[in-house]
Design a protein around this ligand. Structure first.
Ligand code: EPU
Length: 301
């Protein structure tokens, strides 16, 4: 009721109730959001975010849903989606302000059309710019944060802050802005003019992506690579391929992918994650850390 009143005070935001989250997540699992909103302006998102936090309402922030796991059943509180923040504004020939909800795949396409390079390592990575920045998505030792000159976020105190690149601590699948205290809404990114070698690099990344499973719903790599090792290789060596719980199973193509055969639940996936991590720990002593984000209130993904 409290949330009803709050949302009613913000009439420019369309509210969905009991909204299914599974179709918004690439793994196609998870329950329904008690409330779901996708504001189309930073200002309405800001107003909503601070009011909800002030009232102690659970808030979840959802980007492209390509790396997340919501619980089954009713997800109490409000899921704020960034998918309607989807503009790109080219400031110069090389630099653009890219909204959080802009798709990484669309950005790759724009870069090709403009003969720009710099993001080849992100070829084939699904999701939005906001989500990619939060997890410093990337491959081959590269990550998207390195291309951001600055990142604009709605902070928990209601201010809008521009974080300069040198104020952000990032590393392998790590970004200091991901501590659940803000919503990333935009980033200024600078690219460079394409060189012949970039096409070769792009082909190589696409080739590696080609060796990953396709066709069934999944959320990309399940675990991060431990330092100096490969999670996929370790899981494979520990016999995890084809392990299954309900409709969730470990790919026989790449052991670091969990796929949904059709009607997997979030708890099936969680159980499978635990079993795989335990197997690797028992035989190698290595603790794998999930790359898939298990959603908690006010996690900005
Ligand atoms: N391997 C196996 N068995 C498997 C899977 C892999 O032996 O079941 C071996 C491969 O043969 C290879 C090594 O493990 O020798 C590494 O595998 P791969 O080349 O597939 O790369 P990866 O480290 O598993 C990383 C990223 C991917 C990214 C690829 C390609 C992580 C956790 N994964 O995978 O990112 O697409 O490089 O660039 O960093 C993601 O983050 O969601 C993701 C899929």
């Amino acid at each position: 009721m409290l949330i009803d009143n709050l949302l009613a005070a913000l009439p420019d935001i369309e509210i969905k109730r009991n909204w299914p989250l599974a179709p918004l997540c690439t793994l196609h699992v998870g329950g329904n959001a008690e409330f779901f909103v996708s504001p189309s302006s930073i200002e309405s998102m800001r107003k909503l975010f601070i009011r909800l936090l002030k009232e102690g309402c659970p808030v979840y922030v959802l980007g492209g849903g390509s790396n997340v796991l919501f619980p089954d059943g009713l997800v109490k509180g409000v899921v704020i989606s960034t998918r309607n923040l989807k503009n790109i504004d080219w400031r110069t020939n090389l630099t653009a302000d890219v909204d959080a909800g802009f798709l990484l795949s669309k950005l790759m396409k724009e870069l090709r059309e403009r003969n720009l390079a710099g993001l080849e390592f992100a070829a084939g990575i699904p999701g939005t710019i906001g989500g990619a920045l939060i997890g410093n998505a990337g491959a081959g030792g590269r990550g998207i944060c390195e291309l951001a000159d600055d990142v604009v976020a709605i902070e928990k105190d209601g201010t809008i802050k521009t974080w300069q690149n040198n104020e952000i601590d990032y590393g392998y699948r790590k970004c200091s802005l991901s501590d659940g205290k803000r919503i990333i809404v935009c980033a200024r990114m600078t690219f460079r003019t394409i060189k012949p070698k970039d096409n070769e690099v792009l082909e190589n990344y696409l080739l590696r992506r080609g060796s990953q499973p396709h066709g069934l719903h999944n959320a990309g790599c399940t675990f991060k690579n431990p330092e100096g090792n490969s999670a996929g290789k370790l899981l494979d060596e520990c016999g995890c391929k084809n392990l299954s719980i309900g409709d969730a199973f470990v790919s026989d193509v790449h052991a670091n992918f969990i796929l949904n055969r059709g009607h997997a639940s979030s708890s099936d996936v969680l159980e499978l994650i635990k079993i795989c991590a335990q197997r690797v720990y028992d035989s190698t002593g290595i603790k794998l850390e999930p790359e898939i984000k298990i959603m908690c209130p006010c996690e900005c993904v």
